[in-house]
Design a protein around this ligand. Structure first.
Ligand code: B12
Length: 237
Protein backbone atom coordinates (compact mmCIF):
# COMPACT_ATOMS: atom_id res chain seq x y z
CA UNK A 1 0.00 0.00 0.00
CA UNK A 2 1.62 3.27 -1.13
CA UNK A 3 0.57 5.16 2.01
CA UNK A 4 2.64 2.80 4.22
CA UNK A 5 5.75 3.41 2.11
CA UNK A 6 5.15 7.18 2.11
CA UNK A 7 4.75 7.13 5.90
CA UNK A 8 7.94 5.07 6.39
CA UNK A 9 10.16 7.19 4.15
CA UNK A 10 8.86 10.47 5.61
CA UNK A 11 9.16 9.35 9.27
CA UNK A 12 12.67 7.90 8.74
CA UNK A 13 13.73 11.18 7.05
CA UNK A 14 12.43 13.06 10.07
CA UNK A 15 14.46 10.99 12.55
CA UNK A 16 12.60 7.77 13.37
CA UNK A 17 14.89 4.81 14.19
CA UNK A 18 12.39 1.95 13.80
CA UNK A 19 8.84 1.87 12.34
CA UNK A 20 6.40 -1.01 12.35
CA UNK A 21 2.75 -1.64 11.47
CA UNK A 22 0.57 -3.50 13.97
CA UNK A 23 -2.77 -5.25 13.59
CA UNK A 24 -4.83 -4.12 16.60
CA UNK A 25 -8.06 -5.87 15.60
CA UNK A 26 -7.63 -8.46 18.40
CA UNK A 27 -6.67 -5.97 21.12
CA UNK A 28 -9.44 -4.74 23.42
CA UNK A 29 -8.96 -0.98 23.55
CA UNK A 30 -11.01 1.81 25.12
CA UNK A 31 -13.33 3.50 22.58
CA UNK A 32 -11.07 6.52 22.07
CA UNK A 33 -8.25 4.15 21.07
CA UNK A 34 -10.40 1.69 19.13
CA UNK A 35 -8.63 1.61 15.74
CA UNK A 36 -7.78 -1.51 13.72
CA UNK A 37 -4.14 -0.55 13.00
CA UNK A 38 -1.24 1.01 14.86
CA UNK A 39 2.04 2.48 13.66
CA UNK A 40 4.80 1.95 16.21
CA UNK A 41 7.52 4.61 16.07
CA UNK A 42 10.81 4.17 17.96
CA UNK A 43 13.59 6.72 18.41
CA UNK A 44 16.92 5.50 19.75
CA UNK A 45 18.51 7.26 22.73
CA UNK A 46 22.00 8.70 22.10
CA UNK A 47 24.64 5.96 22.50
CA UNK A 48 27.01 8.56 23.96
CA UNK A 49 24.52 9.55 26.69
CA UNK A 50 23.50 5.96 27.41
CA UNK A 51 27.20 5.11 27.84
CA UNK A 52 27.32 7.77 30.60
CA UNK A 53 24.76 5.90 32.72
CA UNK A 54 26.85 3.66 35.00
CA UNK A 55 24.94 2.89 38.24
CA UNK A 56 22.57 5.87 38.25
CA UNK A 57 20.75 8.20 35.80
CA UNK A 58 22.47 11.44 34.75
CA UNK A 59 21.40 15.01 34.01
CA UNK A 60 22.36 14.35 30.36
CA UNK A 61 19.97 11.39 30.32
CA UNK A 62 17.15 13.63 31.61
CA UNK A 63 17.81 16.07 28.74
CA UNK A 64 17.98 13.17 26.21
CA UNK A 65 14.72 11.71 27.63
CA UNK A 66 13.05 15.07 26.94
CA UNK A 67 14.69 15.52 23.51
CA UNK A 68 13.56 12.08 22.35
CA UNK A 69 10.04 12.54 23.79
CA UNK A 70 9.56 15.76 21.83
CA UNK A 71 11.01 14.16 18.66
CA UNK A 72 8.59 11.22 19.08
CA UNK A 73 5.64 13.57 19.61
CA UNK A 74 6.61 15.50 16.46
CA UNK A 75 6.89 12.24 14.45
CA UNK A 76 3.52 10.97 15.74
CA UNK A 77 1.81 14.21 14.65
CA UNK A 78 3.52 14.05 11.22
CA UNK A 79 2.22 10.47 10.88
CA UNK A 80 -1.29 11.56 11.93
CA UNK A 81 -1.36 14.42 9.39
CA UNK A 82 -0.06 12.28 6.49
CA UNK A 83 -2.84 9.76 7.19
CA UNK A 84 -5.66 12.29 7.63
CA UNK A 85 -4.56 14.19 4.48
CA UNK A 86 -4.83 10.85 2.65
CA UNK A 87 -8.42 10.54 3.91
CA UNK A 88 -7.87 8.03 6.75
CA UNK A 89 -8.84 8.42 10.41
CA UNK A 90 -5.72 8.73 12.60
CA UNK A 91 -4.81 9.54 16.20
CA UNK A 92 -1.29 10.31 17.48
CA UNK A 93 -0.47 8.88 20.92
CA UNK A 94 2.46 10.97 22.23
CA UNK A 95 5.56 9.39 23.82
CA UNK A 96 4.76 9.79 27.42
CA UNK A 97 1.77 10.74 29.46
CA UNK A 98 2.09 11.72 33.03
CA UNK A 99 -1.60 11.23 33.59
CA UNK A 100 -1.35 7.55 34.29
CA UNK A 101 -2.87 5.94 37.36
CA UNK A 102 -0.17 6.15 40.02
CA UNK A 103 -1.54 3.18 41.93
CA UNK A 104 -1.43 0.57 39.19
CA UNK A 105 1.01 2.56 37.03
CA UNK A 106 -1.06 2.02 33.91
CA UNK A 107 -1.74 4.53 31.13
CA UNK A 108 -4.87 4.28 28.95
CA UNK A 109 -2.67 2.97 26.07
CA UNK A 110 0.61 0.94 26.02
CA UNK A 111 3.18 1.75 23.31
CA UNK A 112 4.93 -1.58 23.92
CA UNK A 113 1.77 -3.44 22.79
CA UNK A 114 1.91 -1.77 19.36
CA UNK A 115 5.67 -2.34 19.15
CA UNK A 116 5.28 -6.06 19.92
CA UNK A 117 2.37 -6.51 17.50
CA UNK A 118 4.43 -4.69 14.86
CA UNK A 119 7.25 -7.22 15.33
CA UNK A 120 9.81 -4.60 16.46
CA UNK A 121 11.15 -6.78 19.29
CA UNK A 122 10.35 -8.75 22.44
CA UNK A 123 9.79 -8.01 26.14
CA UNK A 124 12.82 -8.40 28.45
CA UNK A 125 13.09 -9.67 32.04
CA UNK A 126 12.27 -6.21 33.39
CA UNK A 127 9.28 -5.76 31.05
CA UNK A 128 10.95 -3.23 28.75
CA UNK A 129 10.93 -3.66 24.96
CA UNK A 130 14.21 -5.10 23.59
CA UNK A 131 15.14 -4.83 19.89
CA UNK A 132 18.00 -6.39 17.94
CA UNK A 133 19.14 -3.00 16.54
CA UNK A 134 19.10 -0.78 19.69
CA UNK A 135 18.46 -3.22 22.54
CA UNK A 136 16.10 -1.30 24.85
CA UNK A 137 17.97 1.98 24.31
CA UNK A 138 14.93 3.60 22.70
CA UNK A 139 11.63 5.29 23.41
CA UNK A 140 8.27 4.76 21.70
CA UNK A 141 5.20 6.54 20.34
CA UNK A 142 2.18 5.28 18.39
CA UNK A 143 -0.19 6.49 15.67
CA UNK A 144 -3.56 4.71 15.60
CA UNK A 145 -5.41 4.54 12.27
CA UNK A 146 -8.31 2.87 10.47
CA UNK A 147 -6.14 1.62 7.60
CA UNK A 148 -6.81 -2.13 7.20
CA UNK A 149 -3.78 -3.98 8.68
CA UNK A 150 -1.46 -5.66 6.13
CA UNK A 151 -1.70 -9.03 7.90
CA UNK A 152 0.80 -10.75 5.54
CA UNK A 153 3.59 -8.32 6.50
CA UNK A 154 3.18 -8.39 10.27
CA UNK A 155 5.11 -11.08 12.23
CA UNK A 156 5.02 -10.37 15.99
CA UNK A 157 7.65 -12.17 18.07
CA UNK A 158 5.96 -14.47 20.61
CA UNK A 159 9.09 -15.58 22.45
CA UNK A 160 11.89 -13.73 24.22
CA UNK A 161 15.48 -13.75 22.86
CA UNK A 162 16.92 -13.17 26.36
CA UNK A 163 17.67 -16.85 26.96
CA UNK A 164 19.59 -17.36 30.23
CA UNK A 165 20.83 -13.73 30.36
CA UNK A 166 19.97 -11.96 33.67
CA UNK A 167 22.28 -8.93 33.37
CA UNK A 168 19.39 -6.42 33.67
CA UNK A 169 17.92 -8.31 36.64
CA UNK A 170 21.29 -8.32 38.45
CA UNK A 171 21.87 -4.62 37.69
CA UNK A 172 18.38 -3.41 38.71
CA UNK A 173 18.79 -1.21 41.86
CA UNK A 174 15.24 -2.24 42.92
CA UNK A 175 15.86 -5.96 42.29
CA UNK A 176 12.43 -5.76 40.57
CA UNK A 177 12.84 -8.58 38.05
CA UNK A 178 11.25 -12.00 38.54
CA UNK A 179 13.93 -13.38 36.19
CA UNK A 180 11.50 -15.10 33.83
CA UNK A 181 11.60 -15.25 30.05
CA UNK A 182 8.65 -13.41 28.45
CA UNK A 183 6.13 -15.24 26.32
CA UNK A 184 3.43 -13.43 24.28
CA UNK A 185 0.40 -12.79 26.52
CA UNK A 186 2.34 -12.68 29.83
CA UNK A 187 1.17 -10.01 32.28
CA UNK A 188 3.59 -7.30 33.50
CA UNK A 189 3.18 -8.55 37.08
CA UNK A 190 4.54 -11.99 36.08
CA UNK A 191 7.79 -10.32 34.98
CA UNK A 192 8.44 -7.36 37.28
CA UNK A 193 7.56 -5.86 40.66
CA UNK A 194 6.74 -2.41 39.23
CA UNK A 195 6.09 -0.93 42.68
CA UNK A 196 9.68 -1.51 43.85
CA UNK A 197 10.89 -0.15 40.49
CA UNK A 198 8.91 3.06 41.01
CA UNK A 199 9.90 3.47 44.70
CA UNK A 200 13.61 3.00 43.94
CA UNK A 201 13.48 5.29 40.87
CA UNK A 202 11.65 8.08 42.73
CA UNK A 203 14.02 7.87 45.73
CA UNK A 204 17.21 7.86 43.66
CA UNK A 205 16.20 10.72 41.32
CA UNK A 206 15.31 12.79 44.41
CA UNK A 207 18.75 12.03 45.98
CA UNK A 208 20.44 12.97 42.66
CA UNK A 209 18.35 16.17 42.38
CA UNK A 210 17.17 15.22 38.90
CA UNK A 211 14.08 16.96 37.48
CA UNK A 212 12.55 13.75 36.07
CA UNK A 213 11.78 10.43 37.76
CA UNK A 214 13.82 8.12 35.54
CA UNK A 215 16.42 5.37 35.93
CA UNK A 216 17.59 3.57 32.75
CA UNK A 217 19.79 0.92 34.44
CA UNK A 218 17.67 -1.86 32.90
CA UNK A 219 18.17 -0.22 29.50
CA UNK A 220 21.98 0.13 29.60
CA UNK A 221 22.73 -3.21 31.32
CA UNK A 222 21.13 -5.16 28.45
CA UNK A 223 23.79 -6.78 26.18
CA UNK A 224 21.73 -5.85 23.10
CA UNK A 225 21.83 -2.20 24.20
CA UNK A 226 25.58 -2.52 24.97
CA UNK A 227 26.17 -3.74 21.42
CA UNK A 228 24.34 -0.65 20.05
CA UNK A 229 26.32 1.63 22.41
CA UNK A 230 29.70 0.07 21.58
CA UNK A 231 29.00 0.27 17.85
CA UNK A 232 28.11 3.95 18.05
CA UNK A 233 29.92 5.83 20.83
CA UNK A 234 33.13 6.54 18.88
CA UNK A 235 31.01 8.01 16.06
CA UNK A 236 29.55 10.39 18.71
CA UNK A 237 25.99 9.28 17.85
C1 B12 B 1 3.32 4.19 33.73
C2 B12 B 1 4.71 4.09 33.13
C3 B12 B 1 5.78 3.75 33.97
C4 B12 B 1 5.56 3.16 35.35
C5 B12 B 1 5.18 1.65 35.18
C6 B12 B 1 6.04 0.93 34.08
C7 B12 B 1 5.33 -0.29 33.44
N1 B12 B 1 6.11 -1.16 32.80
O1 B12 B 1 4.13 -0.43 33.50
C8 B12 B 1 6.94 3.42 36.03
C9 B12 B 1 6.91 4.82 36.64
C10 B12 B 1 7.37 2.37 37.06
C11 B12 B 1 7.84 3.45 34.80
C12 B12 B 1 9.18 3.15 34.84
C13 B12 B 1 9.97 3.12 33.71
N2 B12 B 1 9.66 3.54 32.45
CO1 B12 B 1 7.87 4.02 31.93
N3 B12 B 1 6.13 4.32 31.19
C14 B12 B 1 4.95 4.31 31.75
C15 B12 B 1 3.85 4.60 30.68
C16 B12 B 1 3.45 6.08 30.78
C17 B12 B 1 2.58 3.71 30.75
C18 B12 B 1 2.95 2.19 30.90
C19 B12 B 1 1.72 1.33 31.19
O2 B12 B 1 0.59 1.68 30.84
N4 B12 B 1 2.00 0.18 31.83
C20 B12 B 1 1.00 -0.86 32.03
C21 B12 B 1 1.64 -2.23 31.65
C22 B12 B 1 0.64 -3.36 31.79
O3 B12 B 1 2.01 -2.16 30.25
P1 B12 B 1 3.56 -2.08 29.79
O4 B12 B 1 4.46 -2.76 30.75
O5 B12 B 1 3.87 -0.70 29.39
O6 B12 B 1 3.52 -2.97 28.44
C23 B12 B 1 3.06 -4.30 28.51
C24 B12 B 1 2.09 -4.58 27.37
O7 B12 B 1 2.53 -3.96 26.18
C25 B12 B 1 2.22 -6.12 27.29
N5 B12 B 1 2.11 -6.63 25.94
C26 B12 B 1 3.12 -6.93 25.11
N6 B12 B 1 2.62 -7.41 23.94
C27 B12 B 1 1.27 -7.38 24.05
C28 B12 B 1 0.26 -7.72 23.13
C29 B12 B 1 -1.06 -7.58 23.52
C30 B12 B 1 -2.15 -7.94 22.53
C31 B12 B 1 -1.37 -7.07 24.82
C32 B12 B 1 -2.80 -6.92 25.23
C33 B12 B 1 -0.36 -6.71 25.74
C34 B12 B 1 0.94 -6.87 25.33
O8 B12 B 1 3.52 -6.47 27.77
C35 B12 B 1 4.21 -5.26 28.16
C36 B12 B 1 5.14 -5.60 29.30
O9 B12 B 1 4.53 -5.69 30.52
C37 B12 B 1 4.65 4.22 29.36
C38 B12 B 1 4.19 5.03 28.11
C39 B12 B 1 3.01 4.25 27.42
N7 B12 B 1 1.88 4.92 27.34
O10 B12 B 1 3.15 3.10 27.03
C40 B12 B 1 6.12 4.53 29.75
C41 B12 B 1 7.21 3.55 29.22
C42 B12 B 1 6.76 2.09 29.38
N8 B12 B 1 8.34 3.75 30.13
C43 B12 B 1 9.49 3.63 29.56
C44 B12 B 1 10.76 3.64 30.26
C45 B12 B 1 12.02 3.73 29.40
C46 B12 B 1 10.79 3.53 31.68
C47 B12 B 1 12.03 3.33 32.58
C48 B12 B 1 13.24 2.59 32.02
C49 B12 B 1 12.48 4.65 33.23
C50 B12 B 1 13.30 5.50 32.37
N9 B12 B 1 12.63 6.24 31.53
O11 B12 B 1 14.50 5.49 32.44
C51 B12 B 1 11.37 2.53 33.75
C52 B12 B 1 11.32 1.01 33.35
C53 B12 B 1 10.12 0.32 33.99
C54 B12 B 1 9.81 -1.02 33.33
N10 B12 B 1 10.59 -2.01 33.74
O12 B12 B 1 8.92 -1.09 32.49
C55 B12 B 1 9.37 3.45 28.04
C56 B12 B 1 9.74 1.98 27.64
C57 B12 B 1 10.63 1.94 26.40
C58 B12 B 1 11.13 0.49 26.19
N11 B12 B 1 12.36 0.34 25.72
O13 B12 B 1 10.41 -0.47 26.47
C59 B12 B 1 7.84 3.84 27.79
C60 B12 B 1 7.15 3.05 26.67
C61 B12 B 1 7.81 5.35 27.47
C62 B12 B 1 8.17 5.66 25.98
N12 B12 B 1 7.41 6.54 25.38
O14 B12 B 1 9.09 5.11 25.41
N13 B12 B 1 7.13 3.78 33.67
Amino acid sequence: MRIYDELKSRLFNEGASLIGFADLTNVSLADEFNYQSGISIAVALSAEILSGIKDSPTKEYVKEYERVNSKLDELSYIGESILTEAGYKAKAIPATTHSYDHVDFRAPFQHKTTAILAGLGWIGKLAVLVTEQYGSGLRLATVLTDIPPKKEDIKPLIDSKCGACILCADACPADASKRLNWKFGMKREELVDINSCNISMTKRTKELGLTRSICGICLVSCPWTRRYINANIDSGR
